[in-house]
Structures are given as C-alpha cells and as structure tokens.
Ligand binder design. Structure first.
Ligand code: PLP
Length: 434
C-alpha cells in the first residue's frame, strides 16, 4: 500500500517512509492511496473473531514490509487490553477505550506506532530518540508505548505546573529509557524547543531524532480497529449503527471513517465537540476558520485547528455535501457536560469522564431530533479517575482509582527541570541521553 500527501496526490511514499516522515515534506498528512471494501464474508465473520484477529486482518491491508508472523506479534504485543461495550439501553451503548496502560484511548495509536518503529529500527544500527512535547495524555501514552525498548529513548517535555498531578505522575515515574524534561514555561515553549531540536545540527549529528506525533499514519490506523470489534459486540443486531465520537484533533473519528470505507456499515458518525467548534461551524456554514483553543473541562479536546480536518476533507474529495451525508456535529458546553455526567450516574449508575460525556450529550441531541430505529455507540476515551478534579462532587467521590494509576501516584517523581532556553535544554539533552 502506498500513502499520499493530502497536499499533493502525486507525492506517494511507502508505509515505512510515511511512518518515519510523520508529516509529509510538503506539510500534508499521509493517507492510503486505495481503500477498498473488505470482503463481505470478513464483515459477517466479525462475530466469531477476537479483537487481535480483527486488528491483524485490517492491519494486513495497510502495512507493508512486515511479514505475517511479525505483524501478528506486533498486534499481540500492542493490544494487551480489552475494549468492553457496556449497554445502557436498547438504543445506546458505551465503548470503553480506556483499559490500556495510561487509561486513555491514545494507548491504541501510541503503542502501535511504538512497536512499528521499534520493528523498523531493528534494521538500523543506531538508536532513535523520540522527542515529544505534551500537555498531558499524549506524552504518557507514547512513553508507555516505548517503555523498556532497548534501542529507543524517549524525551518528554511538559510545562512545569501546567499538567494535572495525575498526569505528572504518569509522565515522571517511568524511568529506564524515558526522560521527563520539566520545562519552566508553557506547552507552546515545549513545542518550540522540540521544533528547534529537529533543526539543530549538533543534535542531528549525535542522535537520530523522531517525533511520534499525533498525525503519524501509524497512530491513525489502529484507531479503525475497535470500530469493527464494537460492531460485532452490539446485541441489537440488524439495526443501523451510529457512532458518537468525542473529537479534538479528529484522529479517532477519522479512524472510524476509514473503517466505514473498508466496508463497515455505519449510518452516521456524530462528531461531538466541546466549545471548540471549528468543525461544527464548517459543516453548518462551509467556512473553515481555525481559532485559538478555549479551555474546557474536556481538555484533551481543546483544539482550535484540528489537524485531521485535512484527512477528512481528502477522504470526501473536499465536498462538504458528501461529508454531511456521513458526519454530523454538535457542540456541547461544560454545563451540559456536567449535567450528563450526573444524569448518567443517577439513572444508570454509570461513571463517565468529561470527554465521553460530550459524546453522550451529542448523542442525546442527535436522537432527540429523530425516531430511534438505530443503535448508537458512544466512544468513552478516558477513565473518569483521570479527571476527578473536574467531575461534580456527587460523582467524583464514588470513583475507584485503578491499581496502575494508584501505583503511579505513589512512586517518586523524577524529572529534569530546565528553563525554556534552547541552549540549556540542548546541553541537558546531550548530557542525559548520551
Ligand atoms: C486525545 C483525546 C480525545 C480527542 O481525540 P482526537 O483523536 O484528537 O479527536 C478525546 N478524549 C481524550 C481523553 C483524549 O485523550
């Protein structure tokens, strides 16, 4: 399978090249050149297959260079956790995507990318250094994905005092091949340091640098796997299926759109957003106008210019009418999000996190407008324990903190505190990772 840049269809590269590039040289994002529907017997056989079997079949379509056995091993190493579907009623279920090591759905993409890079790097003789600027969840998912690899080191940069206590513990208690740089500055400063590091000749001569960033194609592809698995788990078979997806950079929902192109029958995707509603506005008006992100309680979705908009546009040939046939969007306020968290706990005894709650709230708006002759799956993207501090008190007091999170909370924090000055960061990086 070849991959093309969303900025130029004629710029095509191999899977391996697309993974190493991350972003195309012309600034575009990579997409598969050909997405053909899978054999319909595969869709019918989903019910009898495990998550890893399904994942393997789909990965096989997209991934070259890796033989069947090795791809199988990568899939089994990557997806060591479950994706339960919890029915709330005959009309709606919750797909829990937070059972990975860092308790957020980013584990799917980050672990898959880590294992793929680790595999490709076996042919090379040098060590890779992954540089990641993080405002929270992405960094810990990436770090956990690479944790223990003997030829890849990870340098995480996070803004001092600007991530939650839980996030900081997850970032700073791994040790081994993971180095947490605590930057005296903002998230933007962290991103600037990473960008400069990639341009720095001394660093480039010393290390092979890579970014593992969120737009890498190897992070996107695995986010199509669980849609197939969820389809097979729904009890109300035969009803059309709707997915409600809490969106920030729109990678998760793009995974769903790929699944649909591969032949998974889906009636509609609901792009659920918080007050950062650039995409929602675009569907309504046809004008795409990036904005500065506004802070909300579903903070992993605070994105003012979603990077995967380019991919969605490319998948539909830039035709908004076509997008509208498959995708609708609702914007949800923090007030509505909190109300839904309380409602789900009171009525269903279900504890949902603020991101999943945006998805559920959007589903409610969608279903209020039409008869319920379909089944909706709401994607729950994080464990509520990660967002205890923003949940209503009546709900948060009932949360049981999972063992692995508790463990991280009890460990000794270990970070390398530096200023946002590039020279200082560079010399620390050279010294610590030598
Ligand atoms: C990253 C993230 C999202 C948004 O996913 P996108 O793929 O960026 O749309 C939603 N919820 C949580 C908890 C996340 O970490």
């Amino acid at each position: 399978m070849q991959y093309y840049s969303t900025n130029n269809h004629n710029h095509q590269v191999s899977f391996k090249q697309a993974v190493f590039d991350g972003i195309a040289p012309d600034g575009g994002l990579y997409l598969p050149t050909e997405i053909k529907p899978l054999n319909s017997s595969f869709i019918r056989s989903l019910f009898q297959r495990s998550f890893t079997e399904i994942s393997y079949e789909i990965a096989r379509v997209f991934v070259d260079y890796i033989n069947d056995n090795d791809l199988q091993t990568i899939i089994e190493k990557t997806f060591t956790f479950d994706t339960p579907l919890v029915p709330l009623s005959e009309n709606v279920s919750i797909l829990e995507l937070f059972h990975g090591p860092t308790l957020a759905f980013k584990d799917f993409g980050a672990r898959f990318l880590a294992n793929i890079l680790d595999y490709f790097n076996k042919d090379e003789n040098s060590e890779i250094i992954i540089l990641v600027a993080t405002s929270g969840d992405t960094g810990s998912a990436v770090a956990h994905g690479f944790y223990g690899s003997d030829r890849i080191k990870v340098a995480l940069l996070y803004p001092s005092g600007k991530v939650s206590k839980i996030q900081e513990q997850q970032l700073t208690t791994l040790d081994k091949n993971i180095y947490a740089f605590e930057i005296r500055g903002t998230f933007d400063d962290c991103q600037k340091l990473v960008k400069r590091a990639f341009l720095d000749t001394d660093l480039k001569n010393k290390f092979r640098l890579s970014s593992a960033n969120s737009i890498n194609i190897a992070r996107l592809l695995p986010q199509s796997f669980y849609y197939f698995n969820a389809f097979a788990k729904v009890k109300e078979q035969g009803k059309p299926l709707v997915f409600s997806v809490p969106c920030g950079n729109f990678g998760n929902i793009t995974g769903g759109l790929l699944a649909n192109r591969l032949g998974l029958p889906v009636k509609k995707f609901i792009a659920a957003v918080n007050c950062n509603q650039v995409f929602c506005n675009y569907l309504q008006t046809g004008v795409y106008e990036p904005k500065t992100a506004i802070q909300t309680i579903s903070n992993a979705m605070d994105v003012g210019n979603p990077s995967n908009f380019a991919r969605i546009n490319a998948l539909f040939g830039g035709d908004r009418e076509k997008i509208l046939k498959k995708v609708c969007s609702y914007s949800i306020t923090d007030r509505e999000t909190r109300a839904v968290i309380e409602e789900l706990y009171d009525k269903n005894k279900y504890l949902i996190d603020p991101h999943g709650a945006v998805g559920y709230s959007a589903y409610k708006k969608y279903s209020a407008e039409r008869p319920s002759d379909y089944h909706t799956i709401v994607l729950e993207t994080a464990h509520p324990a990660k967002f205890q501090d923003v949940l209503p008190e009546s709900v948060s007091k009932n949360i049981i903190i999972p063992g692995r999170l508790q463990e991280a909370l009890e460990k000794q924090k270990k970070s390398i505190l530096v200023s946002n000055d590039f020279k200082e960061f560079k010399s620390e990086l050279l010294y610590r990772l030598k």
